[in-house]
Design a protein around this ligand. Structure first.
Ligand code: B12
Length: 383
């Protein structure tokens, strides 16, 4: 099996027309493509950084509010400047991009523009044909680009069944200054928003901090996946954050077959924090069965049903910290006291916090951040 094609899609700055790209994303993933969706109202630089970190074959831009000739060309120019000219740029914008514009855009390095009336099938076929094989990679590149390519090599070696024998380096322990934090919990609990708020705090607290995020989304029928966490993680689109989105590629339990190797690589790299987020998990999930993870956080929604449900959630026995997010909801107080009683039975010292991650400057998120920051002794002298 060849590894799935990975592309990144986005809508430019000052443009909120996302309905076209949402439709196109779904068609792509139904045909086996993994789409990292960055969202709308995005800067050229955010698109370029994400494309390099995600090591995608191409960037698809959907543009309706004008300025497309300059914007597409700016993305091409910045990719080239960063040594990533092998990442191609294509896109569309029905009633806005003209044929004359297209000619100009192609002169400036844009691969292809699709016009109104093109069928979803034709666009998908074109992408599969044009980007089906990895193009020639430019030699060299930044440390970030090299890391991104190594992650792709690991993922692809699993996808193609050619998983390499673990080298001594891959078995090596993580870097002593790196703290690895695992986040899990059911879908809709607000894990991604909570992590993004934590990243914001870490970036403010530690001016030189470097953070990696390994974020997972489920693969769907036909092996494509919509990797959409970047669209929520606005604060994490920063030069000090290296984010990689992974599809589960058929594995149950919240992570991908390649996760452990990818996590190990990140934990051996020069990051202060590595944050790993599972897909929305079920009651039986125990995703962090690796010594690489230092702390685990279970994020819950107050609406989990009857108290009896809590007895069935395995992670309530295993998590170091349990967070009841969305604690502005009516049921939050009851949830806190029911979960507190449930944790008493685990026989472990666990912390319980309530947060409202969507609220700016939420005190609960501040407290969680305090619990997660490295103690000075563990800093490893990197700064
Ligand atoms: C739907 C729509 C809206 C919706 C958007 C909903 C949403 N969440 O997306 C609403 C009503 C909110 C809206 C608002 C506005 N809109 Co409006 N909108 C449209 C409309 C009618 C359709 C766009 C669309 O989604 N088409 C559906 C897609 C699937 O089809 P398509 O556009 O033909 O695209 C084809 C290809 O281009 C390709 N494609 C498109 N993108 C991509 C990306 C990739 C990667 C690929 C491979 C292919 C591809 O796919 C299709 C294949 O057939 C267009 C008019 C038009 N006919 O284009 C105006 C239009 C884009 N809007 C316009 C304007 C002015 C606005 C507003 C500024 C109005 C206002 N004053 O408030 C706001 C701005 C909103 C914002 N925040 O940016 C203008 C833009 C004019 C310009 N650039 O000069 C247009 C052209 C209408 C017009 N003729 O005046 N809009």
């Amino acid at each position: 099996m060849p590894a799935p094609i990975r592309i990144l899609t986005a809508v430019p700055i000052c443009d909120g027309h996302d309905s076209a790209i949402n439709t196109i994303n779904l068609e792509f993933i139904r045909h086996g493509i993994e789409v990292v969706y960055l969202g709308y109202h995005r800067y050229a630089e955010d698109i370029v950084r994400a494309a390099i970190q995600e090591d995608v074959r191409a960037v698809g831009i959907s543009s309706y509010n004008g300025g497309h000739v300059e914007f597409f060309a700016e993305v091409v120019r910045r990719l080239k400047k960063r040594g990533a000219a092998d990442i191609k740029v294509f896109g569309g914008g029905g009633g806005t991009i003209t044929h004359d514009d297209q000619r100009l855009m192609q002169k400036r390095g844009v691969d292809k523009i699709f016009f109104a009336g093109t069928s979803l099938t034709d666009m998908t076929e074109w992408v599969r044909h044009r980007y089906g094989k990895a193009g020639k990679r430019a030699a060299g590149g930044s440390a970030e680009m090299k890391l991104a390519r190594k992650l792709t090599a690991i993922e692809d070696s699993y996808a193609t069944g050619k998983r390499r024998k673990k080298s001594a380096a891959s078995k090596a322990k993580k870097s002593p200054g790196t703290r690895v934090i695992g986040f899990t919990g059911p879908g809709g609990a607000g894990k991604t928003t909570l992590i993004d708020e934590l990243i914001l705090r870490l970036l403010h607290r530690e001016p030189k901090v470097r953070i990696a995020i390994l974020s997972h989304d489920p693969s769907v029928v036909g092996s494509g996946a919509l990797l959409g966490d970047r669209a929520t993680m606005i604060n994490s689109q920063d030069d000090r954050v290296f984010m990689r989105s992974m599809a589960t590629r058929g594995q149950a339990g919240g992570l991908s077959p390649a996760t452990e190797d990818c996590l190990r690589l990140l934990a051996q790299s020069d990051f202060d924090y590595v944050i790993i987020e599972t897909v929305g998990t079920g009651q039986e999930a125990m995703p962090f069965q690796t010594k690489l993870v230092d702390q685990t956080v279970l994020v819950m929604n107050p609406d989990y049903g009857a108290r009896l449900q809590l007895q069935k959630i395995v992670m309530l026995d295993l998590a170091d910290i349990v967070v009841v997010n969305k604690s502005d909801l009516d049921r939050a107080k009851t949830a806190m006291s029911e979960i507190e009683r449930r944790l008493e039975g685990s026989g472990r010292e666990q912390k319980l916090l309530s947060t409202v991650a969507k609220r700016h400057r939420d005190r609960g998120v501040d407290k969680l951040c305090d619990l997660l920051v490295r103690e000075p002794a563990k800093k490893g002298g990197r700064k």
